[in-house]
Design a protein around this ligand. Structure first.
Ligand SMILES: Cc1cc2nc3c(=O)[nH]c(=O)nc-3n(C[C@H](O)[C@H](O)[C@H](O)COP(=O)(O)OP(=O)(O)OC[C@H]3O[C@@H](n4cnc5c(N)ncnc54)[C@H](O)[C@@H]3O)c2cc1C
Length: 363
């Protein structure tokens, strides 16, 4: 008999299992269909001994001190701040677009004030922001949109920005100063010994049992439990009764090279060249010293693991039908990126899991 069953051992599942076992002192069974814990943040040492992220580069960043402090109970941090270059017109320029990007690209010497005036001059006026193209052209005009956003978005989504809702490109800032950090959150870093080690620490409690390589539907009817916490895909939970919620997937191509360093930044984006969207070199992120280096090329894909919900109106409407069903269930909690059909960063998932614990579970 378990007090709680948690489906999925990613951030959402691990935070809740940890809180329920350590704080509430209740018994938890974690069921995970993959052969490891950690969800998409899972990392491991490859055959050359280099720490890599199996499901693409994950950089932790948050402005939420409570979330940072909570995770700091289970890990120390490698204080890394991510920097990204974009390969555009045969040059490597910093992205998000900032003063240095423009000055390098156009061989100008703008000050922040002059750059603001320049953007003001080249931007296209829009009465209403209806899609992701509108977001960018109304800030920096068509040419920069085409160099940095159009091709990248098409590769990533197989859709043009004009076909996607505004959220997709409004996540990317545009700056007139020289700040070339990808994220500007107060707390940024990676768990010093890896995400997987951090998750192991979170689940280190004899009240927590973990069942790997198991789809919860195979076993759930033979388990006695009080509450279910579900972090898997919401449409799967309801047997796709309203149809499938579509996702964009990724294919990762890892390569280990016999040199210490491959590129000039943690990640290099390729908006217009090649078929991959970006290359990440893990040693930048983890701070690991090694005489070899591992990179990963990311290719966007229509089929495969569900990574990015496709934010189009009909899908959002379909999700709402599932959400409505979910709200009727009294002993099941739906949480995390798959159960909520949203793109969440890791800190948001931790924040929501802690909130769910305090508001609904602990009382
Ligand atoms: C390529 C990529 C890069 C990213 N980079 C960043 C980043 O740099 N910074 C950041 O903050 N966020 C990043 N994210 C987002 C981050 O991955 C998510 O915020 C985080 O993984 C969400 O945790 P979760 O627990 O909701 O979901 P998940 O980590 O997906 O965990 C859900 C778990 O449920 C399991 N599961 C599903 N169905 C079943 C079932 N039927 N039975 C049993 N188990 C099941 C899955 O196997 C999975 O392990 C990135 C995402 C992607 C795709």
């Amino acid at each position: 008999m378990y007090d709680f069953v948690v489906v999925g051992a990613g951030f959402a599942g691990c935070v809740l299992a940890e809180r329920i076992a350590n704080d509430l002192k209740k018994k938890v069974l974690v069921i995970e269909k993959r052969n490891h814990i950690g969800g998409n943040a899972y990392d491991y040492y490859n055959e050359d001994g280099i720490l890599v992220h199996k499901y693409g580069p994950h950089i932790f960043h948050t402005n939420n001190k409570e979330v940072w402090d909570y995770l700091s109970r289970f890990t120390e941090w490698y204080y890394y701040q991510h920097r990204v270059l974009a390969y555009v017109d045969g040059m490597y320029v910093p992205i998000p677009i900032n003063l240095n990007t423009i000055n390098k690209l156009y061989n100008t010497n703008f000050t922040p004030k002059q750059l603001a005036e320049y953007f003001e001059k080249i931007k296209e006026n829009r009465q209403e922001i209806l899609n992701s193209e509108d977001v960018i052209v109304s800030r920096v005009g068509r040419e920069l949109y085409e160099k940095f956003f159009k091709g990248y978005t098409k590769k990533q989504w197989d859709l043009y920005p004009s076909e996607l809702s505004p959220e997709v490109t409004s996540r990317v800032p545009i700056r007139i100063n020289r700040d070339d950090r990808y994220f500007t959150d107060r707390y940024q870093g990676l768990p010093k010994y890896g995400y997987t080690r951090m998750f192991e620490k979170m689940l280190e409690n004899e009240k927590i049992h973990i069942m790997l390589k198991t789809d919860y539907k195979e076993v759930i009817n033979s388990i006695e439990y009080g509450y279910l916490i579900y972090t898997g895909p919401i449409d799967y939970f309801f047997d796709y009764k309203y149809g499938k919620l579509p996702y964009r997937s990724l294919r990762f191509e890892f390569e280990t090279l016999d040199c210490e360093k491959y590129q000039e930044a943690g990640t290099v984006n390729y908006p217009n060249d090649y078929d991959f969207t970006r290359i990440t070199e893990f040693k930048y992120l983890t701070g690991q010293k090694h005489n070899k280096t591992t990179i990963v090329r990311e290719y966007s894909a229509a089929e495969g693991e569900p990574y990015y919900p496709i934010l189009q109106n009909e899908n959002i409407e379909r999700y709402k039908m599932y959400e409505n069903e979910a709200n009727k269930l009294k002993n099941v909690f739906f949480i995390g990126r798959l159960a909520n059909y949203k793109y969440y960063n890791m800190d948001k998932v931790v924040e929501q899991a802690l909130k769910l614990y305090i508001d609904k579970i602990r009382q």
